[in-house]
Design a protein around this ligand. Structure first.
Ligand code: HEC
Length: 136
């Protein structure tokens, strides 16, 4: 997906449910990400010592990118479908696929592939938005 496409989707998500979208990202983060990245995103979650690659500090992504939140990189890594691993395998689950599978399982008769993808995308984008709010 293009950077503009992501921005438009994020804007649409946020405009339609301003509070809900941010809550969704925060809740999703504490459910799915905090065990590795830490409750505050600093990379010190309880699982982190057991990983081959240490989970990065997610609060310095803007700081280490000339002050600009690297939205397309974060989106790509979290969604994971356009893989990222710079050094071989990756410890991070591929959330885009996992969320899609969950959506299909929740309602196998009614969700088409595209609807499941939209639901997954919404969850990924809410996380990207949440991560953008915890930058130093
Ligand atoms: C099993 C542990 C684990 C979980 C759970 C996890 N991550 Fe990660 N994450 C990592 C590791 C390790 C890396 C470093 C790259 C790699 O080895 O895959 C990483 C990398 C990242 C990056 C890249 C940061 C950069 O420098 O560009 C982002 C963004 C990220 N994770 C977000 C998330 C989000 C959002 C979630 C929850 C939906 C999550 N992670 C869940 C372990 C995890």
């Amino acid at each position: 997906m293009t950077k503009t496409g992501i921005m438009v989707l994020m804007a649409a998500t946020l405009l339609s449910f301003p509070a809900a979208a941010q809550d969704l990202g925060r809740i999703e983060f504490s459910n799915s990400c905090a065990q590795c990245h830490g409750a505050d995103g600093k990379g010190d979650g309880p699982v982190s010592p057991h990983l081959l690659n240490a989970p990065p500090d997610l609060t310095v992504l803007s700081k280490t990118n000339d002050g600009i939140f690297p939205i397309d990189r974060v989106y790509g890594i979290v969604d994971g479908r356009a893989d990222v691993a710079v050094h071989g395998g990756r410890d991070m689950p591929v959330w885009g696929d996992r969320y899609m599978t969950e959506a299909m399982e929740e309602n196998p008769l009614h969700y088409s592939w595209i609807e499941a993808r939209a639901i997954a995308l919404n969850r990924v984008l809410s996380l990207v938005e949440y991560i953008s709010t915890i930058q130093e």
